[in-house]
Design a protein around this ligand. Structure first.
Ligand SMILES: *Cc1c(COP(=O)(O)O)cnc(C)c1O
Length: 469
């Protein structure tokens, strides 16, 4: 195909919309069947992934053909994540209004470093920033950066902390770097999320330098074991332990930090949203006393993926930390999104965040968050009635399950995964193997929970039979 022919074809594709109607049909078929299909791909489907293995094609492939391939071999090898019975990691579902907004956003294809590159993205980032402040009850000085996920959110929050702590000592980290810089202390509970450690490593602060603090049996930092704080210290706290779902006692710990002018970052990837539920917001009491927070839209809020947020009450520190030079801080009249993120080019992820929050409103977010908790409590109740052990206090959306012994737990989990009626991962909790349930999708119904519990029961039966022989 010549360049002219290729261009002509692409123009035609934009004009006649055929390929978009084609994927619309695929997407709708997917949506119509996903609730009833196996949650994890079948072995045969996985083997079909070999159809994607080829060397780089020399010539153009018709769009209809490659889309057909994607649907034929790709759709069956997705995780049925939007189906209501996927309980792995902390993977949120997707709210239709947010998904629809994403489709429109895809056609817009905006790049969002500056107001000038996308006025709509700038406007929506501005309004969503305000909404997040209001939802989480954070200080008026709090600004937001829209990043890919909480991993990046933590990195940005800690970069701001590093900037501020050193700046107070007349040390400009951007110019002078960390070599020979004054020491920054880092204090964390022993159950910090792996991405917190990654951020510390990336920022050159060194995982070995962390002053670890013991946690209680739910993974919460023990406040009176926190060593003396000072203004050169970063204290890392957690809203939502990735296993137990527990929350540190922010009122107490942030209060201590505030008195000593230490910087507090709260990793609230999925848990920060508890602040939006009238019945659960006791868990987040005191978060407003921290300095920076990281949270995901794509977990508890059920936005599409690629929707992380860093919040920081020290705009100057955040913006300065994320710039190449200190002098390049121009507070224009309109928001330039790149000032608040490490990236320059970014897609307009605030569009879906805006649509999802606008759709739900305060009340809808409360229902969503509390609904996840209720389904988790249902798991706790039905599984313990059936002789499973629940190893955590189910304060939010996480449930940790064990059978009579390690072997039985392992075999049961494997069998659950093989049945594909629901999907849970395994984890270690207080030194033992557990089955880890994370309720994270608005779709999950009481019936989904009961169906999943049935799978647990038949899986354990099989596990016991296989252990007897
Ligand atoms: C998921 C998670 C992260 C990482 O967030 P990403 O969006 O995957 O980058 C960090 N901390 C906790 C507690 C999490 O659950």
């Amino acid at each position: 195909m010549t360049e002219k022919q290729l261009k002509k074809q692409m123009l035609k594709e934009m004009e006649d919309k055929e390929i978009f109607n084609q994927v619309k049909d695929y997407a709708f078929e997917y949506a119509d069947t996903v609730r009833e299909r196996n949650v994890f791909p079948l072995q045969q489907a996985l083997e079909n992934l070999k159809y994607f293995e080829e060397d780089i094609p020399n010539h153009n492939t018709p769009a209809t053909e490659l889309l057909k391939l994607l649907h034929k071999y790709g759709s069956p090898t997705t995780i049925a994540q939007i189906g209501g019975r996927y309980f792995g990691l902390v993977n949120g579902g997707i709210i239709p209004a947010g998904l629809a907004a994403k489709w429109l956003n895809d056609f817009w294809d905006q790049n969002t470093p500056l107001f000038a590159t996308s006025p709509i993205a700038s406007a929506l980032e501005t309004v969503v920033e305000k909404w997040l402040r209001q939802l989480f009850n954070l200080p008026a000085s709090t600004v937001a950066g829209f990043v890919s996920g909480t991993s990046m959110g933590i990195l940005c929050g800690l970069a701001a902390a590093r900037y501020r702590i050193l700046k107070r000592q007349n040390w400009d980290i951007n110019q002078r770097g960390l070599i020979n810089a004054p020491v920054i202390r880092i204090i964390s509970g022993r159950q910090a999320h792996a991405t917190v450690l990654k951020a510390i490593a990336l920022l050159g602060l060194g995982i070995e330098n962390i002053e670890w603090v013991d946690v209680d049996d739910q993974g919460r930092i023990i406040a009176n074991k926190i060593p003396g704080l000072d203004q050169n210290t970063i204290l890392l706290l957690q809203a939502g332990n990735v296993n137990s779902g527990s929350f540190d006692s922010f009122d107490e710990t942030c209060g201590m930090a505030q008195k000593k002018n230490a910087w507090v970052h709260i990793d609230g990837a999925f848990g920060l949203w508890a602040a939006c539920s009238g019945k659960l917001n006791h868990l987040t009491r005191g978060i407003e006393k921290a300095n920076s927070w990281s949270v995901d839209g794509h977990k508890t809020l059920n936005t599409p993926y690629d929707c992380g947020i860093v919040l920081c009450n020290d705009k100057e520190a955040l913006v300065s930390a994320l710039q190449a030079t200190g002098s390049y801080i121009v507070y224009g009249e309109n928001r330039d999104g790149m000032l608040y993120t490490p990236e320059m080019s970014r897609r307009a992820r605030a569009v879906e965040l805006w649509a999802t929050i606008k759709y739900l409103g305060r009340e809808g977010i409360d229902h969503l968050v509390y609904g996840l908790h209720l389904r988790a409590k249902q798991f706790e109740k039905e599984l313990s009635l059936n002789g499973f052990r629940v190893l955590n206090e189910v304060v939010f959306n996480q449930v940790l399950i064990a059978c009579d012994d390690e072997n039985e737990t392992k075999k049961t989990l494997k069998e659950i995964q093989e049945q594909r009626i629901c999907w849970c991962g395994g984890s270690q909790w207080l030194g033992t193997q557990v089955i880890r349930i994370s309720v994270c999708s608005w779709v999950t119904s009481e019936e989904d929970v009961s169906r999943s519990v049935k799978s647990f029961l038949s899986a354990r039966k099989k596990a016991r039979e296989s252990l007897m022989v």
